[in-house]
Design a protein around this ligand. Structure first.
Ligand code: HEM
Length: 389
């Protein structure tokens, strides 16, 4: 990499870091400043930042679970109910994943993206070509909502921008130092999700197996559990994409890779993986230790909370570089690993690919305005306006 290219890649990384700091002005610099690969931090838990150790914890679901104290089940079970994958372990978890997996095969998600997004993405390309500004955050919000609506059997116009804001209002109250929601927060989260599930209930009752609720009914899962899955998909599948698509577009333009990809479109998948490494839209994962164990040099006791700081796992790998592709060494750690590896990853990748291609197809672009979202759980732009250069 030439010095000029390296400078631009570093500047692009710093611009993305400002997005993370806006979301987590205190926790991010504090966790970033830790140097040890694993460390017990009083009041927080055992923080793991080394990629190999982090993967080791994710692969060991006998000793590190998502169901013990301080784990995601503490947060989400009161809101979503007990059976929504991300708060399950063992045979029940594996069985539910097996049944839901056909909804996320590459062929199925490519079809979903084609059916749901072909028209809006063609309009996006045309708008950029005609010289009009486009807010990539608004585009990503609408596209992610359309996809989720298709998947869970909601009418597309039901999952709109205002609903997205209310859903991110649910997650924005979550902090590492606050591992549970208050009763008032649980009540308001349940109310937002109840609005969504009104329609999903109809899909469940109709037994439409092309939707998550219909498939869960075929699985003999109760109506409430199926509604929990709807909530889980909305919570996990919208904010991550609304975070990632604009951050990737910004990284590409800031680093100069936007023009290069237009000339070398075969590198798009590598650029998407590199962007995921640098931005890590799901920056932290949580586990609860159920038995005594050792993580690197630190002894972990049953009941300890383990904070897997994925965002810091690539610290030694340098700035955004789809040519050298250091992301390959992390084997998609940004989607997790082991039993809980992101079920929606093929859908996420298909959407990112389609949206980024639609913007690239319009020709050279520049960023005319950007604003980072403040104090949200998933670091994101609040708006990122681009225009033909
Ligand atoms: C760039 C976008 C995305 C990223 C970075 C991402 C990241 C992750 C990560 C890191 C996990 C594992 C968490 C853990 O082990 O604690 C996960 C799980 C999950 N993701 Fe994603 N995700 C994305 C998009 C999506 C989408 C679009 C959907 C589907 C609609 C989705 C559905 C899920 C589900 C259901 C799980 C729970 C799986 C289980 O516990 O078995 N994700 N995701």
């Amino acid at each position: 990499m030439s010095a000029a290219v390296l400078d631009r890649a570093r500047a692009a990384g710093r611009a993305d870091e400002r997005v993370i700091r806006a979301a987590h002005p205190l926790a991010y610099p504090a966790l970033r400043s830790l140097r040890a690969p694993v460390l017990r931090v009083p009041g927080l838990g055992v923080v793991v930042r080394d990629a190999t150790l982090l993967r080791g914890v994710l692969m060991d679901s006998e000793r590190f679970t998502k169901t013990g104290p301080g784990s995601p089940s503490d947060l989400w079970t009161p809101v979503l109910g007990p059976s929504v994958l991300l708060n399950m372990e063992g045979a029940d978890h594996a069985a539910l994943r097996r049944r839901l997996a056909p909804l996320f095969t590459p062929a199925t998600v490519d079809g979903l993206v084609r059916d749901g997004l072909a028209t809006p993405l063609a309009a996006l390309t045309a708008r950029l070509r005609s010289g009009k500004p486009v807010d990539v955050v608004a585009e990503a919000t609408r596209n992610a909502s359309t996809m989720i609506a298709q998947l869970v059997g909601l009418p597309a116009d039901h999952v709109d921008e205002s609903l997205f804001r209310r859903v991110s209002g649910i997650t924005s109250v979550v902090r590492l130092t606050r591992p549970r929601l208050t009763p008032a927060q649980v009540a308001s989260a349940r109310q937002v999700l109840a609005e969504l599930t009104d329609h999903a209930r109809a899909a469940y009752r109709a037994g439409d197996e092309s939707t998550v609720p219909g498939r869960m009914r075929a699985l003999d899962l109760g109506e409430d559990e199926a509604m929990g899955a709807v909530g889980a998909f909305v919570l996990t599948g919208t904010e991550t994409l609304v975070s990632y698509v604009p951050r990737l577009v910004a990284l590409l333009i800031d680093s100069g890779w936007f023009d290069r990809l237009r000339a070398e479109p075969d590198r798009l998948d590598t650029a998407i993986a590199e962007g995921l490494r640098v931005t890590t839209p799901s920056p932290v994962m949580l586990r609860s230790a159920v038995a005594e164990a050792r993580v690197g040099t630190v002894r972990v006791r049953a009941g300890d909370r383990v904070i897997l700081a994925t965002f810091a796992a690539d610290a030694a790998l340098g700035p955004f570089d789809p040519e050298r592709n250091p992301a390959a060494s992390l084997k998609q750690l940004w989607f997790g690993a082991g039993a809980h590896f992101c079920l929606g990853a093929p859908l996420a990748l298909a959407q990112v690919r389609a949206t980024t291609s639609a913007i690239l197809d319009a020709g050279p672009a520049r960023i005319v305005r950007r604003e980072a979202a403040r104090r949200v759980l998933i670091p994101s732009y609040r708006s990122l306006v681009v225009r033909a250069a």
